[in-house]
Design a protein. Sequence first.
Length: 228
Amino acid sequence: MIYKITLFDANCPSCTSGTASFFTEDIDEFEHNYFSDENVESNQLEVQKQRYFRSKAGEIVTDYYSDDPELNIFQYAEYGTIEKRKTFHYKDKIFELHNGYLIPYPIYAAEAIIELAQIAFKKNPDEEGEKYLAARYSLSGVCCVGSSSDKFEDCTPYGNPIIKTCYPEDLPYKGEKEIYSDCKLSTFAWVELYQNCFKGDHVNGYEIEEPTEEQLAWIMRDIPGEAG
């Protein structure tokens, strides 16, 4: 079974709005992380939490200006599957990210694991289902690149609260990259990249290839978020 959670997209500038979709096979883990007391308090998610559980209980509730069932916060596909996936590894790499206003927001990771997957969102066993390309990642030794290339900064995420953080206590805001060697960021659900319906000769969907620099920036867009 695959669960699809469609929530307000905190990566959008204040003059725009939209939603972002996340996928998980473990709804208990998703709820434990997304609606943790810390996440709810720091991201002001109390109202969204209430709306989410109303949707889970069977009501059509969206995080957008529409009551379209396709935008319902909580959805699941009983026969949904992850049809294929690939993992890509990077070491000692700078990722050129951008915030919601397209201002550069480069980050450094001593090690990065990016996983791409094709998800078939199937509500009936005999259908092909909607095909989604989704991603999740794990970064270690991660920090933001400062204004000068030899200075680095704390890399607190500013976008959708879909990222689990692991930071040492009393971490300074600025310093050499070595002091951030124990800092980790990882997504606890799949983040949607693309969605399409494939039929006929293209029914198998996406060819999963190593992501481009632009795709990597889109995959990690929840780190800088709107303002970065």
